[in-house]
Design a protein. Sequence first.
Length: 255
Amino acid sequence: MEFIYILIIIFILLFLLYNYQKHNQSEIKYWFIDVGASHGLNELPNPWKKNDINKYLSFEPTDLEVDTDKDIPHTNYKKAVSDITGKQKFYTCKVKEGSSLKKQNFNYIKNNYEQLVKTRGNDKGYHKTWFDRSKIVSEEYIDCIKLDDVLTELNAFDQYDILKIDVQGAEYEVLKGANKWVTEYGKGIHLELFDIPMYEDIRLNHEVKEYLENLDYELIWKSEPFGTFSAARDYFFINKKRGDKYLINKYKIKN
C-alpha cells in the first residue's frame, strides 16, 4: 500500500511539473524583427502569434499596411533591408506582395514554363496567373539599410531574439547585412526561400542553408512547399549555442 501512495505522489508531482513548465512556456515572449512585414502582426508565419512577441521591429518599403497591436511596442522603417545602406532599385509588381529588390525572372519562367507546369503544376493554379500578378508596374531607386546599422543606431543588438525574412528572393542579402546580429546575438531565423530561380540573381534554399550552417545555425523545421510552382518553403534555423528549448518546442508543429 505504501508503494502505491508513493507512486501516486510521484504522478502528482510530475503532473504539476508538466503544467508548470507548460504555463511558463506560454509566457515566454521574444523580441522580433520582421523584414518584409506586409500586413505585420496579422500575418505572422506559422507558428508565430501576437502573444509570442514582446517587442516588434518591422521593415516594409511598400505602402502595404503593417498591422500592429497597441499592447506591443513597435518601430517600423519604410525601407528595404539589404547588404548595403544606400539606394537600390526596387521592382514593384502588380500584386505588391511580390515586389522585391530582385526582378521577377520572366525569362526563366517563360523558357521553362511547359516543363514547370508538367512537374510542378499542382500549385492550386498559381502558375496560371503568375505572369499577370508579376507585371512590374514601376522601377525606382529606394532607400535601403543594413540591419546591423539599424541595431547599432538603436543600441539593440542584444535585445532582439528572432529574425523573420520574407523579401522575395533577397533573403541572402538581408543576412549579409545583418552579419553581426546573426553571428553574435541571434537565437533563431525564419525565412522564406525558393528552390528554383523565381527571381533573377537569387540564392536558392540550399545555398542559404549552407551559409547559415557555416555560422553555427541548424535547420530544425521546414514547411510544405507553397506558392507558384510550389517553389517556396518556410524554414527555421536555430543557433546551436543561443537557441532555447522553447523555440525548439514551438517548431514541433504539423505542416
